[in-house]
Design a protein around this ligand. Structure first.
Ligand code: EPZ
Length: 418
């Protein structure tokens, strides 16, 4: 089992280039199955979740080749509509092939998706959206069978702005006979990127960036070339690393407008942040201030995916911080691991109360999900001495060369085969 060995206690200095967004690349890869064709996806991160989505496309008969950070996808000959359960189980985004395959073949067989253990994570909103467009959903033991002789227009009301359900509904709606209106849709920038991709294929979609999306189905679709937007959560992670360790870090190929609540929280904690056209610089020195009441929320609120990295920033901040998680009911598993570094955190329901300590000590910790892994790395970077972090399979799902980038910033970090 691999581990990261980190000797912390040093400031971070230098420049890192931000990768393309995992949570845009994944729905866009699913979208290449909506219409058989050739696609060129630029700025695609080299992470295991993207490789897994490519495996699903290949399992369905498509072809995917990587050249650096560009993927060449050809789904013209793909005719599979049954997603292997072994691939479904390995990530949440495998569920996004539901809407794409229903649109293309009028049928899809899948099992429950895997992914980070952040709570129950049902897919009821996904299936209800398909049913609203005329699909019939049959549950047979482990298998979920979705069929639709034809998808029709109508209105889908989301009780909660589910990112994945919004994406699945968009993919299916491109094939509907008529107009589909999605009310209460999620507004994450990655959905805007997916809409941009679908429109570049020829889809007719209005309302990007709002909670009401209108899709005029049956538009003529074709292959396309598209560039994926910067990863705002990767950006938040490096900013949190610089804030937690102190130093002077510049992120290029970044877009600060995608993560304003994170920039605001770090500035309030005492960091100095400058944003330029495609770059963000964060300078931090001395002890940070506590965040008295930070709450995650669907976009444009503070992103749930930045909750764990931000908690790592607050571990040594002066005073008491309160961090409340409102999106996932089970997204505090990193707290027990952070306590191993000497963090003082009490959790009551969805709220973590973090009392800032002056020092963290090295520890041996293990991550159970992607963003928890990032938080443990950030804790280890603050602790003087040698820490080891396990659970790298989670880290590698969503970060493209994290340790290489941190090393470039001056961190003492090495991956070993433990
Ligand atoms: C996407 O997950 C992201 N993953 C997550 O990022 C992110 O945390 C999440 O959106 C929220 O922003 C990808 O894009 C691949 P949701 P998703 O549907 O689509 C409940 C990361 O670290 N819900 O918006 O699964 C659900 O249980 C990952 O990069 C239902 O009840 O998120 C959760 O409590 C982690 N029924 C809430 O809604 C449903 O049918 C938000 O889930 C669907 C969701």
């Amino acid at each position: 089992m691999e581990a990261l060995v980190i000797r912390g206690g040093r400031p971070l200095m230098g420049t890192v280039e931000i990768s393309g967004a995992k949570n845009a690349a994944l729905p866009i890869l699913a979208a290449t199955m909506v219409r058989g064709g050739r696609y060129v996806l630029r700025n695609c991160p080299a992470i295991t979740d993207v490789e897994l989505a490519a495996e699903i496309i290949r399992a369905l008969g498509g072809q995917v080749e990587r050249a650096g950070r560009t993927l060449y996808v050809d789904t013209a000959d793909a005719c599979g509509w049954q997603i292997p359960s072994s691939l479904m189980a390995r990530m949440r985004a495998s569920v996004l092939f539901l809407g794409a395959l229903l649109a293309r073949f009028g049928r899809v067989s899948l099992t429950m998706p895997g992914g980070c253990p952040l709570g129950r994570r049902p897919i009821d909103l996904h299936l209800e959206a398909m049913a609203r467009m005329g699909a019939s959903v049959t549950l047979r033991e482990e298998e979920i069978l979705c069929t639709a002789s034809h998808l029709h227009g109508g209105t889908v009301e989301f009780p909660f702005p589910s990112v994945g359900a919004t994406e699945n509904a968009l993919l299916a709606a491109t094939a509907a006979c008529g107009t589909v209106i999605l009310r209460g849709a999620a507004r994450e920038p990655e959905i805007g990127c997916l809409i941009g991709f679908l429109r570049s294929m020829g889809a007719e979609i209005e309302g990007a960036g709002t909670d009401t999306l209108t899709v005029h189905g049956q538009a003529a679709l074709d292959g396309t070339t598209y560039t994926i937007l910067p990863d705002r959560i990767e950006t938040a992670t490096y900013l949190c690393a610089a804030a937690a360790c102190g130093g002077d870090v510049t992120l290029t190929a970044a877009d600060g407008s995608l993560l304003l609540p994170v920039l605001e929280a770090l500035a309030q904690a005492g960091c100095h942040i400058e944003t330029g056209r495609d770059r963000i610089t964060l300078r931090s020195g001395g002890r940070l201030r506590a965040a008295h009441n930070l709450t995650t929320a669907p976009y444009p609120g503070f992103p749930t995916d930045a909750q764990a990295p931000m908690m790592a920033v607050l571990l040594r901040a002066e005073g008491e911080s309160r961090l409340t998680e409102t999106v996932f009911e089970g997204r505090m598993a990193h707290v027990a691991q952070l306590r191993k570094f000497g963090a003082d955190i009490a959790v009551t329901g969805p709220t973590a109360l973090i009392r800032g300590v002056t020092r963290l000590h090295p520890a041996h910790a293990e991550a159970g999900d992607l963003r928890a892994a990032a938080a443990l790395v950030l804790a280890a970077l603050q602790a003087e001495g040698e820490s080891t972090i396990l659970g790298l399979k989670h880290l590698d799902r969503g970060y493209d060369n994290l340790e290489g980038n941190l090393k470039r910033l001056g961190a003492e970090i090495t991956r070993i085969d433990n």
